[in-house]
Ligand binder design. Structure first.
Ligand code: 4NP
Length: 156
C-alpha cells in the first residue's frame, strides 16, 4: 500500500487490509510505504490513528518509510493511493516497475475508473473518516475480487 508520506492513507490501508485478510483466512504479507520519504521514522498521523482506533484497528506501531526498489521484487501487488503516487513509483521502481504489478488501489472498487483516494493531509477529521470508509470498502472489494479470481468458495 503506497501513498506520498506513508502517514495518512497507506497506514490505514495496511491496517485495514491486514485485519480483513486475516479474517478471511488469507496469509498475506501486507506492508505500506510512501514515495516522498518526508516523514521517514514517524508514526501514522494522529487522525489516522484516531479513526483506526475508533474502528478497532491499531496502527500505532507502524513507522513511516520510503518505498525502495526491493519492494518491487518482494511484493506481488503494489497499490498506489493516487495517480501522482503511481507516477512516483514508476520513477523509483525504474526497471523493476511493472504496470501489471502496480495499480491504482481504487480500481479494485471501481474497475478501470482510475480514481484517487483523496489526500486528507491538508484537511480536518471528517476527511480522515471519509478516507477510512473508502479504504475499508475497497479492501472488501480487493479481497472479494481475489477470492473470485482464485475460485474460493468461502465468501466474506
Ligand atoms: P499521505 O498524506 O500521502 O496519505 O501520507 C500526506 C502526508 C504528508 C505529505 C503529503 C501527503 N507531505 O507533503 O508532507
Amino acid at each position: 500500500m503506497v501513498c506520498l508520506g506513508n502517514i495518512c492513507r497507506s497506514p490505514l490501508a495496511e491496517g485495514i487490509l491486514q485485519k480483513k485478510a486475516a479474517a478471511a483466512g488469507l496469509q498475506w504479507e501486507i506492508d505500506s510505504a510512501g514515495t516522498n520519504g518526508f516523514h521517514d521514522g514517524e508514526s501514522p498521523h494522529k487522525l489516522s490513528q484516531k479513526v483506526a482506533t475508533a474502528n478497532g484497528i491499531d496502527i500505532s506501531e507502524q513507522i513511516s518509510r520510503q518505498i525502495t526498489q526491493e519492494d518491487f521484487l518482494r511484493y506481488d501487488r503494489l497499490y498506489a493511493m493516487s495517480d501522482d503516487v503511481l507516477d512516483d513509483m514508476k520513477r523509483i521502481g525504474g526497471r523493476h516497475f511493472k504496470a501489471s504489478q502496480c495499480t491504482l488501489f481504487l480500481n479494485e472498487l471501481h474497475q478501470e475508473k482510475n480514481k484517487n483516494v483523496p489526500d486528507p493531509w491538508y484537511g480536518k477529521e471528517d476527511g480522515f473518516i471519509q478516507v477510512f470508509q473508502l479504504i475499508d470498502r475497497t479492501c472488501d472489494a480487493l479481497i472479494n475480487n481475489y477470492l473470485q479470481k482464485t475460485n474460493y468458495t468461502e465468501k466474506l
